[in-house]
Design a binder for this molecule. Structure first.
Ligand SMILES: *[C@@H]1O[C@H](CO)[C@@H](O)[C@H](O)[C@H]1NC(C)=O
Length: 383
């Protein structure tokens, strides 16, 4: 009995001990599991957080990437724009360089300067339709002479008589009209004699005619500012022949208009009509010559306006002066279509008529009277 009891007890104890042992184990395991569960929960949460953070990160990265991409695009466009601008600047530099290169200057400068100085009008399309008004300014000098105004300044120049070495300069028309006579002006002494009232003034230069021998005629270009001759050109005459039948003192006649400098002359005495030459104001070269077919007979004066020659005729003894022949170098006006322009009745005859393209008026010299005719212009008929 006693060993059984011992066994039982010991078993029980053992059982109890085992029980305890297992219980403890169970507890331990349970705790561990709980801890693991906690841990898992924690990890799960962490994981979730990381995931969310990762998503956020991805989102931010994507945005940043987009931003970068846009920025890149803008940068690219800016660069392209800059490239285009650099290109343009380069081309402009090339152009400016070409303009300022000595070669370009040499070929263009002279012509351009001369054209600018003269303010020439290439496409001048006006014709004189009537004489609007007459102003008899004063009476100085003899029956022959001329007076004119520099279209580029207000200065007035008087050449009294049929020849001489003096020209009288006045600062304005008003100045001239107030002066007691030609002596009130500045007397300019030329290095050679002018002949006939056929001179012209433009842009500070006096262009006048000089006779060397009976048949050798010269056009002289005189700088009124410096007081020196800058150019002289011969023009050949077969024999002495005055250009206008009623004014034998006018050997030839220089004229200024919107298109430049002209010379009206007679080629020879047997030649019945008036010749016209276009002159280069810089070199005095004759650029082109026309036969106007306007008769010299009974002509007293002529002038050029807008590339058209107007020849003024009269009778002896003097009656009314009138434009009876016109010649247009641009062939836009024919004589038959041109209006017949009568000058207001006067007792004398014109020794000269000088057209001023800036004011569109004529400076006439009529038996010692200085007269201003204001003109009405109209468009040329384009045929
Ligand atoms: C103008 O010229 C005429 C000759 O045509 C002369 O008789 C007269 O004295 C001159 N007048 C002046 C002011 O020089």
């Amino acid at each position: 009995m006693k060993p059984l009891l011992v066994l039982l007890v010991s078993t029980a104890w053992t059982l109890t001990g085992a029980q305890y042992y297992y219980q403890g184990l169970m507890d331990y395991l349970e705790n561990r599991l709980l801890a693991i569960e906690d841990r898992m929960q924690f990890w799960h949460e962490q994981c979730h957080r990381y995931h969310t953070e990762l998503l956020d990160f991805k989102k931010h990265t994507a945005e940043a990437m987009d931003g970068l991409k846009n920025g890149h695009g803008v940068l690219l466009r800016d660069l392209e724009g800059a490239a285009v601008r650099v290109d343009r600047v380069e081309r402009e530099m090339d152009y400016v360089e070409a303009l300022t290169s000595p070669r370009a200057c040499a070929s263009k400068a002279e012509k351009v300067l001369e054209q600018e100085a003269w303010g020439l009008e290439e496409n001048c399309v006006e014709i004189i339709s009537a004489i609007r008004s007459v102003k008899i300014l004063k009476r100085v000098g003899g029956p022959d002479g001329m007076w004119t105004r520099d279209p580029r300044s207000s200065k007035v120049f008087v050449l009294n008589g049929t020849s001489g070495d003096s020209v009288y300069q006045f600062s304005s028309v008003r100045d001239f009209s107030r002066s007691p006579g030609v002596s009130g002006g500045r007397q300019i002494r030329l290095p050679s004699e002018w002949i006939g009232p056929g001179a012209a003034v433009y842009n500070g230069f006096l262009y006048y005619l000089r006779r060397e021998t009976e048949t050798d005629m010269q056009v002289v270009k005189y700088d009124l500012l410096s007081g020196s001759v800058t150019d002289a050109a011969m023009f050949p005459l077969e024999s002495y022949a005055a250009v206008y039948g009623l004014n034998p003192e006018t050997v030839a006649d220089l004229a200024v208009d919107d298109q430049g400098l002209w010379l009206l002359y007679a080629a020879e005495d047997s030649e019945p009509s008036i010749n016209l030459a276009k002159m280069d104001p810089a070199t005095l070269d004759m650029e082109q010559i026309w036969d106007t077919r306007c008769p010299r007979e009974n002509a007293e004066a002529a002038f050029v306006a807008c590339g058209t020659v107007y020849v003024v005729y009269n009778t002896r003894p003097a009656s009314r002066s009138r434009v009876e022949c016109v010649f247009d170098v641009n062939e836009m006006v024919v004589s038959e279509e041109a209006p017949l322009i009568y000058f207001p009745r006067r007792y004398g005859a014109h020794a000269s008529l000088k057209y001023n393209p800036e004011e569109k008026q004529l400076y006439g010299w009529d038996d010692g009277y200085q007269i201003i005719y204001r003109l009405t212009m109209k468009r040329k008929l384009l045929v």
